[in-house]
Design a protein around this ligand. Structure first.
Ligand SMILES: C[C@H](O)[C@H](O)[C@H]1CNC2=NC(N)=NC(=O)C2=N1
Length: 115
């Protein structure tokens, strides 16, 4: 299987299959700096990135937003002075889909261009 960053999101419906625990164990090492969290009783992936100032955090936010639009899969993003927190989950299934791991890996790739 190709690296997550090379993969494409698929359109999700309420019938889409969430990742299994086994799949999570396989995929999580590819995005080691992401936390698996429970929010509103749903599994989500979350990571906070540090930046030197607000403008850089906002530039990163916009790049992640563009990637989300390109893939048709959308995160929650909180932009603050010096940091941006990105949270991925799949609304249609109220949980985690492979798409979320793909987008977390793509988000890490975007962040690399800021370091
Ligand atoms: C029709 C469209 O593809 C869907 O509404 C998409 C849009 N972006 C989405 N983003 C996320 N994170 N979860 C979804 O279920 C989702 N659904």
């Amino acid at each position: 299987m190709a690296q997550l960053t090379q993969q494409k999101c698929e359109a999700c419906t309420k019938d889409s299959k969430p990742v299994t625990q086994e799949q999570i164990q396989q995929l999580k090492p590819e995005i080691p700096q992401w936390d698996l969290i429970d929010s509103q009783a749903e599994a989500r992936l979350q990571r906070t990135y540090q930046f030197p100032d607000f403008k850089t955090a906002l530039d990163f936010t916009n790049k992640v937003g563009n990637a989300a639009e390109a893939e048709g899969h959308h995160p929650a993003i909180t932009t603050e002075y010096g940091k941006t927190t990105v949270t991925w989950w799949t609304h249609a299934i109220s949980g985690l889909h492979r798409n979320d791991f793909i987008m977390a890996a793509k988000t890490d790739d975007i962040a690399q261009s800021f370091s």
